[in-house]
Structure formats: C-alpha cells, structure tokens
Ligand binder design. Structure first.
Ligand SMILES: *[C@@H]1O[C@H](CO)[C@@H](O)[C@H](O)[C@H]1NC(C)=O
Ligand SMILES: *[C@@H]1O[C@H](CO)[C@@H](O)[C@H](O)[C@H]1NC(C)=O
Length: 460
C-alpha cells in the first residue's frame, strides 16, 4: 500500500517546470527530467527474493545436519571397532568374521556418504543459484535507488530497521519464558508408516540353544555407555533368566567378544529371577517380571540390588494372560516392558479389565513407583507383542511364518484406539519372543527364535 504511494510520488515529483506565455493563455510545459520509474524491476526483485527465502528453509538445513551427525557417529564407531578388533584379534580367531562385519559397516557408511554427496550437490547448486540471484537483486536495487529523490526508500529502510530492533527486543523477552515441553504422542516424529529391514540379523553366541531372550541398548545410558548392548537369554525351560550379559559395541556382541556378565542370583529359579522374555534396560537398571509374582523388578546393574513394585492383585501372571496367537502361546509373557521417549512402561492385563491390556508408566525412582495407568480394549492374548513410541502403544499379531503385523495402537495422550493399522514386519524366523523400541535410534529390537534383529521405523 505504502509502495503505491511511493511510486506516485516518485513519478510526479522529479519534474521540471517551464512556463511560457502564448497570447493570453498561460500554459505549463511539463518535462520529466528523470527517466520513468521502472516498477516492473522492483516487482521482479520482490518475486526473486521470495523464491530465495523459500528455497533455503531451516528444515532443509536440519536434514543436512542430521545426515552429517549420523555419519560422524558411524565413522567414529567404525574406527573404534577396527581398533577393538585389532586388539582382540591377536590369535587370528575372528579374522574372517570381523572383516565381514567391517565390510558391511563400511558399505553402509559409503551409502550415507553418497547420500550426503547428493545432498551437498543439491545445496551447492542452490547456493550458486542463490548467489547469482542475490547479485542480480543488488544491482537492480542500486539502480532503483537512483529514483529515490525523496529519500522514501531510505526512510522506509530506517523504519524497517527500527521494526526489526523492536522484534528482537520482543524475542529476547520471549526467551526468558520456559520452553514448550513435548507431550507424549507428539515427539515430532510424525506418523509411523512402515517398518523396514531387518537392518541387523544375527545368531548370538548361544547359537540356537535358547529361543527365548531379549536384547538391546540402554534407553537412557550413563555417559560413556551409549554404545553398550545387553543380552539376556532364558536359560531354563524358556521361562527364567538369571544374569545380564553386556558388550561394549554391536560388533563385539555379534562376534561374542569380551562379554561382561552380571548375576542377579547364582541359580534358577529363585526370588528375583527374570521370568519371561519381555524386559528393558533403562539408566543401567533392568526392568522385568519378578519370578512367580505380579510384580515389577528393577535390577540395578551397578549395585546388583533388586527393588520391586507390585501391580494390581488381579494382574495375570504365570501364563494367565500371555501373548499368543492361534498356533502358539508365548509362555510367561504376561508382563511386557517398553521404553520410549518418555521413559519406561509396563504392559499387562487384569481380570477387572476382562483380560484386556492395561498400560502403566513406571517412575524409575528407587524403589520404582507405578505412575499413570491407561485401560485399553485390546485383548492381550490376541497380540503377539507390544512396544511404545512417543507415548503411543503399538501391538503386533501373527499373520504367517513370514509376516508379523502391527495392527493396533493406543495413544496415551488422546486415549484414541485404533485396530485398523496394517504395518507389516518381515520375519526371518517364525516367532517373535521380544520386541522393543529404542528411542535413541528409532529401531525396533527383536529376539526371534534365538536370532537377534533390528528393524527401522519409517515416520511420515
Ligand atoms: C559426488 O557427486 C558428483 C556428481 O554427482 C560426482 O562427480 C562425485 O564423484 C561424487 N563424489 C563422491 C565422493 O562420491
Ligand atoms: C543404582 O545404583 C546407583 C549407585 O548406588 C545409583 O546411583 C542409581 O541411582 C541406582 N539406580 C536406580 C535406578 O535406582
């Protein structure tokens, strides 16, 4: 609006007046001493500048940052692995296997590098284009300023500067307000659209001896423990476990090098034995179903102390409400544990909720405490496992030997329940005995008939 006024001013004002007398009439000759204002040029500059702003968004810069960060970590990990294997591999025992693993990791890093190269090429292109456009705009603006006899643009610029200062002041004021917290269910990940993989697929050092087990990473590791992996197998009758095995990296886990075992008790089963395969590790403590009871056990790996908290007394345990499908019942899977961005949850079923799934948040204090609880209408024995992402519970069912399907979700924020999800997981073995989500790498960790696997979750 104000720009229209400027044009009018600039066209009318810079005129020279010539007066002459022809007979009786007084005539004014108007001669424009300046060239006409090139309005089209200004419009063009405006269009180009809008395009520039549109093509350099912070979102695209973040993509690049994320890719770079991922690459940095992978390369560092690869270096560590090579170092470690050089140290361990003095008897030439692991040579062939380790080279293969490093080859795989190397291929993945090459893949990332190519992606990065592609992205950087895009940015380079964008950059060259933008610089040219900016130069062009600068020239045009300089040209246009020549028309600014009335100093309108200068004044306008001054105005804008004052406005900007004012905005900045306002923003500085805003900064002192507390940052918005991300509610569960809204981690900014977007909607889950598919599960791809397996990304990792391997047998453990125990070979096929133990079809029931669990593995993964600590969802909230202590500094320095970020790359550690844990593995627990149920060594007696597919029901009980009594020690936690830890490895310093994924490669050492896959090769079985340098495990550290921490025992809960010296034999099986006894008080505080691990019952069932659905456990998680959080802040260096293992959360699991305590032996022969409806309690949650918290095993502190530093102190080896166990603290417990009881679930409601009508909670199913000892295979009353296990995970199952028509062909199989997964014995002693009454209690399932899950980690997500907001912490630890226990998933179980109670008689008062008709055998349907109940979710309780576990406050990971010492001793642990049951937090908020949600009742769902998912009948527990129709599901084969569950996991949580961003405060949303997902459940799987058995389709056939090759496919498990995520078919159900419950949002703890909105209490919205859905039974119409159809996200398939491609299986390598028939049964999934353990399934959990790692909020740090957004991977699903799976223990499937003695094999350990990871899958990548794709968000929209
Ligand atoms: C990056 O991409 C360019 C153009 O596609 C190609 O010429 C170059 O070799 C690539 N560099 C690497 C390191 O892959
Ligand atoms: C485990 O023990 C350590 C050492 O006493 C303590 O700092 C930590 O908070 C404990 N963890 C839990 C979950 O209680």
């Amino acid at each position: 609006m104000s720009r229209c006024n400027i044009f009018i001013l600039m066209i009318i004002i810079p005129l020279a007046f010539f007066q002459s007398v022809r007979g009786k009439d007084c005539v004014c000759d108007l001669k424009n001493s300046d060239p006409a204002f090139p309005e089209q040029k200004l419009t063009k500059v405006e269009t180009i500048s809008a395009q520039c702003i549109g093509s350099i968004t912070s979102e695209r810069m973040t993509d690049l940052d994320r890719l770079l960060l991922g690459l940095q970590q992978r390369i560092k990990q690869l270096e560590d692995n090579v170092l470690m294997l050089e140290k361990e591999d003095d008897r030439n025992l692991y040579g062939a296997v380790s080279v293969r693993i490093i080859e795989l990791e190397f291929a993945e890093i090459q893949d990332l590098l190519n992606k990065l190269n592609m992205t950087t090429n895009d940015y380079h292109h964008l950059n060259v284009q933008t610089v040219a456009q900016l130069e062009d705009m600068k020239d045009t603006m300089a040209e246009l300023e020549k028309f600014d006899n009335m100093l309108v643009i200068k004044k306008d610029r001054e105005n804008q500067r004052v406005k900007r200062d004012l905005e900045q002041c306002k923003n500085e004021l805003k900064v002192t307000l507390p940052p918005p917290t991300v509610p569960p269910g809204r981690c900014g990940l977007g909607q889950m659209v598919s599960v791809v993989g397996p990304r990792t697929y391997s047998i453990t050092v125990y070979s096929t001896s133990y079809p029931y087990g669990a593995w993964g990473r600590d969802a909230k590791p202590a500094p320095g423990d970020e790359n550690k992996y844990w593995l627990v197998v149920l060594t007696s009758s597919n029901v009980y476990g009594y020690y936690v095995r830890q490895y310093s990296t994924l490669s050492t886990l896959l090769l079985g090098i340098g495990p550290k075992d921490t025992y809960i008790s010296s034999s099986n089963p006894t008080t505080n034995t691990i019952q069932g395969s659905n456990m998680v590790m959080y802040a260096n403590a293992l959360y699991y179903n305590c032996y022969y009871t409806y309690s949650v056990c918290q095993f502190n790996l530093t102190t080896r102390a166990v603290s417990t908290v009881a679930l409601p007394s009508d909670t199913g345990y000892n295979s009353k409400f296990p995970f199952a499908h028509l062909g199989t019942t997964y014995s002693y899977t009454d209690l399932d544990f899950a980690t997500d961005e907001s912490g630890v949850y226990v998933i179980y079923a109670t008689t008062s909720n008709f055998g349907n799934v109940v979710i309780s948040k576990i406050e990971t204090s010492n001793p642990p405490v049951l937090g908020q609880t949600w009742k769902t209408s998912l009948y527990k024995t129709t599901a084969t496992n569950t996991f949580m992402v961003c405060g949303v519970l997902y459940a799987t069912r058995y389709l056939d030997k090759e496919t498990e399907q995520i078919f159900y979700s419950y949002d703890t924020k909105t209490k919205e329940e859905r039974f119409d999800l159809k996200i398939n997981i491609k299986k390598m073995q028939t049964n999934i005995e353990f399934l959990n989500y790692d909020p740090r790498d957004h991977l699903l960790y799976v223990y499937s008939d003695a094999y350990i696997l990871t899958y990548e979750i794709i968000f929209q």
